[in-house]
Write a protein that binds this ligand. Structure first.
Ligand code: MOS
Length: 717
């Protein structure tokens, strides 16, 4: 791309709207007559509701209704067909019966004419329960673990071959549950336009998937549901499905016959919209003395709820990341009396990479081979699982860029050998990988008589700056400046687009925008005739042909290339840490994150994407941990005071570097995904740096000071 705007990188097209407050998020609409809903959560973890007293709440000022399982309208999608058995598993059904499946489960929704009145009345709802013994501890329930699908096992070559290797190790790695902590709380406004017609403003990663989800739950024609989600303040996977609070608001609006707004409180965000599941892993890994891997065995056991089998396949990374002849993975999930987990940035891979990339680092010390060198020795030149060529893979270039960026040559191979100003210093690195995809999508391109180009597609932008990337693509093809382009999205009535997830939006929706703009330009060239010109004067052509506008809608889908090639994005994270020997405090001193994400369409937003993912990874490494008091099955730290996230003071200089070489097969822009690989591998890179600094290997996240405290002797020696 030669356009000047492209090389410098366009600023966010919605940046001004966001910083001035003009961008309106789902909670920020006020349809006439709107009222407010607040949920009441179960205070027990497992059992049944014996009785529920809503009288005081109903009599409280301003209250319009209190809905519980007793008086809830029947939800058509929950109905079991006559003669059919109630399925044992599925998504959670709101107000379906008196069963309590997890602590915080919604047992009532209170609707009032102000938020404060709804909140007060919610405090008056009193339930009496018959409590059963609950199980919320993964380690004590592994006997219940089962393979989520098939037998959960996958073997390449010989199982457990690592045991025969001359250099080998076997270790356990544990991550706690982590919660998505987007700045924007989940929120919905539901408005029934007719008894079978609904409009919602809701926080979602996919307006059309939400449309589908609501259609299924309420058994409405999809076309009768309008979903709006123009701006999303971060989601990370937490807004990829229709959650109970959304069902509650839609029900409430039906009951009170008014538009209803429901905004989750921060505490509810910990129990209502999923989380990254607490997962135990064990890796056995062995190599020859020259560093060539002999075998990897990767076991994983993650928690799920009793009502839904959440499966994210964390062990998969061990099959795809390196060339190793013998790899066997065993994945199980364990049902507990908790809410279901869900996708969270780098779902599966982020968890798996913590184990694999920690184990590889441990192996590098056992072999006395530099960790980068060990990875290069085992670099996969083709997909190790099926021998397919990679569509593109510039991992070796990424190692080089990152090693130079962090100053890897300053690293001492011997752990705990560098102290500076009373702090221990260490370096670590780790790799992230995630599948690159292109899915089905459509876009409409409209050239208006005044030369304004309008691009429309139903995608959501959860924060990465999708609009900016799409406008960049359109600007480049049409040869018109970005400020003449309007991008419409986050509206289910627009041309088809998938949910924003799995790092596939630029590849997928970008391809549709590329196609629509290419087709539109061709239509102009046809109007001009004689083969047209590469830079048509659109305004003049429209005028000459007496046209108010010219528009085209184009669709794309995955192609045969997706079968022929193994498509992945790659990242390498380099970390320099300082560890305080007496207190065990870890400071990330510098981070250099390198992405092989194909051609970088939008440099500024790409950098933000990498920095954001790196911060998420630092949180995962050092701070984030959902804590349950297992006596009660109840969350202890469901607030930002107690659930620690990195703040500005915790974040060092983060350098985002890009190989920036186009992938020739994934899409016409040559772009690969970036969102997930920004985080995947980061936690291991930090843990590996902590080991290099201290000689202490922390295999259970987060790496809090209590796990490192008392290393004063390292300074004295
Ligand atoms: Mo992502 S976990 O697909 O939002």
């Amino acid at each position: 791309m030669t356009n000047d705007t492209m090389t410098k990188g366009m600023s966010r097209i919605d940046g001004r709207l966001k910083v001035t407050g003009a961008a309106r998020y789902s909670a920020e609409f006020t349809p006439a007559g709107m009222v407010y809903a607040v949920l009441v959560g179960s205070t027990i973890t497992k059992g049944t509701i014996r009785s529920i007293d809503t009288k005081a709440a109903e009599k409280a000022p301003g209250v319009l209704a209190v809905i519980t399982h007793i008086n809830s309208p029947k939800i058509a999608g929950y109905r079991v067909e006559p003669g059919k058995q109630e399925p044992a598993k599925g998504t959670y059904k709101l107000f379906y019966n008196n069963k309590i499946l997890f602590n915080g489960q919604p047992i009532a929704v209170v609707i009032a004419n102000t938020f404060e009145r709804a909140q007060y009345a919610a405090s008056l709802v009193k339930a009496q329960y018959i409590a059963d013994t609950h199980q919320t501890k993964l380690a004590e329930n592994t006997a219940k673990a089962f393979a989520p699908e098939g037998d959960g096992k996958k073997t390449r070559g010989i199982a457990d071959a690592w045991k025969t290797a001359p250099v080998k190790l076997e270790q356990e790695y544990i991550i706690p549950s982590e919660t998505h902590s987007p700045m924007e709380l989940h929120a919905i406004i539901a408005k029934w336009d007719a008894p079978d017609k609904l409009t919602v403003w809701t926080k979602t990663q996919g307006v059309q998937d939400t449309q589908d989800g609501i259609a299924n739950i309420f058994k409405l024609p999809k076309a009768n549901i309008q979903v709006n989600s123009k701006f999303v303040g971060g989601a990370f996977g937490s807004a990829l499905q229709v959650w109970p609070h959304e069902v509650a608001a839609i029900l409430a609006a039906q009951v009170v016959k008014r538009p209803v707004k429901l905004v989750l409180g921060r505490a509810d965000m910990f129990t209502s919209v999923g989380y990254r599941p607490h997962t135990w892993q064990k890796i056995g890994i062995g190599a020859n003395a020259d560093g060539k891997l002999v075998g990897i065995t990767h076991e994983a056991n993650g928690q799920t709820s009793t009502y839904e089998d959440f499966n994210e396949g964390p062990a998969g990374v061990s099959h795809s990341t390196y060339a190793c002849p013998n790899v066997n993975t065993i994945y199980k999930i364990t049902p507990l009396d908790i809410g279901s987990p869900t996708w969270m940035r780098g779902p599966g891979e982020a968890t798996g990479a913590f184990a694999l990339e920690s184990a590889l680092d441990e192996l590098s010390y056992a072999l006395n081979i530099d960790p980068i060198e060990l990875r290069i020795i085992n670099n996969a030149e083709t997909d190790p699982d099926n021998g397919k060529p990679f569509s593109s893979k510039y991992l070796k270039e990424a190692y080089k860029l990152g090693a130079d960026g962090i100053g890897w040559s300053d690293r001492k191979a011997k752990p705990a050998s560098v102290t500076k100003n009373g702090w221990l210093e260490g370096y670590g690195m780790a790799v992230g990988m995630f599948g690159a995809y292109r899915d089905k999508a459509s876009a409409r391109a409209i050239m208006m008589a005044d030369g304004t180009l309008i691009i429309q597609t139903a995608v959501s932008d959860i924060g990465p700056g999708t609009g900016t990337a799409m406008v960049t693509i359109a600007s480049d093809i049409m040869g018109i400046p970005a400020d003449k382009i309007r991008f419409d999205m986050g509206d289910s009535s627009l041309p088809q687009a998938p949910s924003q997830g799995g790092s596939s939006t630029t590849a997928t929706v970008g391809s549709a925008v590329y196609q629509a703009c290419t087709d539109l330009k061709e239509n102009f060239q046809k109007l001009i005739g004689n083969g047209g010109t590469d830079k048509p004067d659109y305004v003049a052509v429209l005028k000459k042909n007496n046209l108010p506008k010219l528009e085209v809608t184009s669709a794309v889908s995955g192609g045969p290339e997706m079968e022929k090639y193994a498509m992945y994005s790659w990242s390498v994270h380099f970390i320099k840490v300082l560890v305080h020997p007496a207190t065990g405090v870890v400071k990330v001193d510098k981070a250099v994150c390198v992405a092989d994400s194909g051609h970088i369409v939008s440099p500024k937003t790409a950098r933000s994407q990498i920095v954001g993912g790196a911060i998420g990874g630092i949180g995962m490494a050092l701070m984030e941990e959902v804590i349950i008091d297992h006596r009660y099955g109840r969350l202890v730290n469901n607030s930002f005071a107690d659930y620690h996230l990195p703040v500005n003071a915790d974040i060092p200089q983060i350098e985002a570097l890009f190989v920036n070489k186009p992938d020739p097969y994934l899409n016409p822009m040559g772009a690969k995904g970036m969102g997930e690989i920004a985080l995947i591998g980061m936690a291991a890179a930090v843990a590996n740096a902590v080991f290099n600094a201290t000689g202490k290997r922390i295999r259970e996240l987060p790496i809090t000071p209590d796990k490192l405290v008392g290393m004063e002797n390292l300074l004295e020696s």
